[in-house]
Design a protein around this ligand. Structure first.
Ligand code: ADP
Ligand code: MG
Length: 649
């Protein structure tokens, strides 16, 4: 075939192939236009999931009759006139091809009356015929029988319900971006959603549900940059509220809904400490920056953008989320805790620790307000006593456990080698010395302290292990259940992070290196990242073209699964090549290491080992959540237990 220019209609249909995939794409384009026209209320009427009809009515500025024929013309737009403007465009649309594209694959009609005009006119998209009509100022765009002329594309449409769901999602995105605009949505003659104009918080509650609002934290941060700053604000869901699908993640750049890898990575890295890899946090985030620093013209549907300063955006988003997530969460205390008490405890903790250490995030389970003195004992003062504890409850299984009758001390006797009690091992030589764990910053000034009573330990005194998975402990409120593996993983992870920050992950040389068959990628990664690996306490050497050897391991993880550890660290490193990414990925890697180095389920622990873990959890930041976002412990109060047995009812 000779080279020919394509007819206009065909060009538009080709463009439609890129821009208009399904009814929801039409909804998106029409809403963009209505918002650009300054609408304060938009109503959307759909028939048969939008396949039969999509009618968008707005009270925006309208279109003068002289311009109506242009609206359907390809590359006709009122929004930009020069390349300069393309750089700084602040509107939703600007390519001037949406209406032309839609008109090439559906039956379209515009009915519009400009705000300053007294007459309404309508135009038929197919014939271009103009006629007088009547309506209030604003525009109505009607799109009927989508793809009626392109049966091949119509075949790809899903059921009406599925298409309707996609349309609703498109409206949700616009509605979240513009809480100041009211929306009503009708389907087959029924009103299905109505969102009044209001604040962002109100809009989020209306669109995503009250649950979302209750389970999210406000985000607000402005990062100063050489180009005028990046502001990140909105709401981010608590880790507990993360979902198995990434279906409640809304990110807007200068008011436009986008999906962006840099932002996605920043979000993931902010949640990495508290969320399971397969869970997806929920959020509504707005990123605002100088329009010339972002290119919104890289994708036909404008859903992808390109940042000139990706790392500043990354940093802004990550920091904004980190500070929102690490804010103390009052009001999230366990069942019976009185919020006022929790505050007291928080204050006491603050007073005791002053600027020396961060306040632990868990709610205080203590029935009485904690005193600073208690905190001091808790953090720095408990003794390591070499005497094994008599276990009175073991003698008679039905005797009620009596906390006061037992010496409330942690013993170092049968320790889990390489486990969570390395700190205790290190200090076992001086058993009478009160000992501070390495991460519990305040070292007690006194050499001997009173033995604290079990009741002041928030996580209580270990009673038993259940099926090799859970630790049962008794505290003042009742029963504590601990997921052993999850808890230990958290403790190890925080220790690794602390030593990483101090650039001193201690590692242990293996007398007999562990060699293993490795893929070419693993070998290349081991070579390329040799020094990073060393910083992580992991020394690998290349044995041959097909094998590697582990020569040293982080001391904390010496008893873990070395092979699995090496393999997964290599896999993570291979994914993150650049040095900057590596910096960001460090926590991912530490989490992986902690996972492989932690005590596995089905390992029998002695009571002293269990107690040591409980004490370490108390001293560990964020110990109430494992690295994967699962809770590490739960309190069952006596009241809860009484309820189970219908006592006193
Ligand atoms: P773009 O939005 O990229 O400019 P469109 O094809 O979506 O291109 O729209 C073409 C033009 O029609 C717009 O530039 C605008 O001037 C006008 N227009 C479309 N919809 C509306 C509306 N709801 N209210 C006012 N003007 C509109
Ligand atoms: Mg448009």
């Amino acid at each position: 075939m000779p080279i020919r220019e394509l007819p206009d209609e065909l060009i538009s249909q080709i463009a439609a192939g890129e821009v208009i995939e399904r009814p929801a794409s039409v909804v998106r384009e029409l809403l963009d236009n209505a918002l650009d026209a300054g609408a304060s209320h938009i109503s959307l009427r759909l028939q048969a999931g939008g396949v039969r009809a999509i009618i968008v009515e707005d009270d925006g500025k309208g279109i003068p009759v002289a311009e109506l024929p242009l609206a359907f013309k390809r590359h006709a737009t009122s929004k930009i006139s020069s390349l300069d403007e393309l750089e700084s465009v602040a509107t939703m649309g600007f390519r001037g091809e949406a209406l032309a594209a839609i008109n090439s694959v559906a039956d379209c009609r515009i009915n519009s009356r400009p705000h300053d005009g007294d007459a309404a006119w309508q135009i038929d998209g197919r014939t271009g015929e103009l006629s007088r009509s009547s309506r209030n100022p604003g525009s109505t765009i009607e799109v009927k029988e989508l793809f009626f002329s392109v049966p091949a594309r119509r075949k790809f449409l899903k059921s009406d319900n599925t298409e309707l769901a996609h349309c609703l999602e498109a409206v949700r995105r616009h509605a979240l971006a513009r809480p100041d605009v009211g929306f009503s949505i009708w389907h087959d003659g029924k009103l299905i959603e109505q969102w009044r104009a209001g604040s962002l918080a109100e809009r989020i509650a209306a669109v995503l549900g009250a649950e979302f609002s209750a389970q999210s934290l406000p985000v607000e941060l402005t990062l100063a940059t050489s180009f005028g700053g990046v502001r990140v604000h909105g709401f981010a869901g608590l880790p507990d509220f993360a979902r198995s699908r990434a279906d409640q993640q809304y990110c807007f750049v200068n008011g436009r809904f986008v999906r962006d890898k840099t932002i996605a990575h920043a979000v993931r890295s902010a949640y990495e400490d508290v969320l399971h890899g397969h869970k997806h946090p929920v959020f509504v985030l707005f990123i605002e920056l100088e329009p010339t620093r972002v290119d919104v013209n890289v994708h036909p549907t404008k859903i992808e953008v390109r940042f000139r300063d990706g790392s500043a955006i990354h940093q802004a988003v990550r920091n904004a989320l980190l500070s929102a997530l690490s804010a103390p969460r009052t009001g999230r205390s366990t069942a019976e805790a009185d919020p006022a008490e929790a505050d007291d405890a928080e204050a006491a903790a603050q007073a005791a620790l002053q600027s020396t250490h961060k306040t632990p995030h868990w709610p205080a389970p203590s029935p009485r307000p904690w005193r600073a003195q208690d905190m001091e004992q808790l953090w720095g003062g408990f003794r390591l006593d070499a005497q094994p504890q008599p276990n009175s409850s073991a003698a008679s299984p039905f005797a009620p456990p009596n906390a006061a009758a037992q010496p409330a001390a942690v013993t170092t006797a049968p320790l889990l080698a390489g486990g969570f009690d390395t700190a205790a091992v290190a200090t076992a030589a001086a058993p009478t010395e009160a000992t501070a764990l390495p991460y519990a910053a305040p070292t007690p000034a006194y050499a001997s302290v009173q033995e604290p009573e079990a009741e002041i330990w928030p996580l209580g005194r270990a009673l038993a292990q259940l099926h090799g998975i859970y630790i049962l402990a008794e505290n003042a409120q009742g029963l504590i259940l601990v997921d052993m593996h999850a808890a230990h993983e958290r403790v190890v992870y925080e220790q690794l992070k602390t030593s990483m920050a101090a650039q001193n992950i201690s590692s242990q040389h293996l007398l007999v290196p562990i060699s293993f068959a490795a893929t070419p990628t693993e070998i290349a990664t081991a070579e390329e990242h040799h020094s990073s690996l060393q910083a992580l306490g992991l020394e690998l050497s290349v044995l041959s073209r097909q094998s590697l050897a582990i020569r040293s391991l982080p001391s904390l993880l010496i008893k873990g699964d070395a092979l699995a550890l090496a393999r997964s660290v290599l896999a993570e490193l291979a994914e993150h090549d650049a040095a900057t990414v590596l910096q960001r990925a460090q926590h991912d890697i530490l989490a992986t290491m902690a996972c492989h180095g932690s005590v596995r389920a089905n390992r029998q622990l002695t009571l002293p080992e269990m107690n040591a873990l409980l004490r370490q959890m108390e001293a560990t930041e964020r110990a109430d959540q494992c690295n994967h976002g699962r809770p590490t412990w739960k309190q069952l109060s006596l009241k809860d237990l009484d309820k189970l047995f219908l006592r006193g009812q």
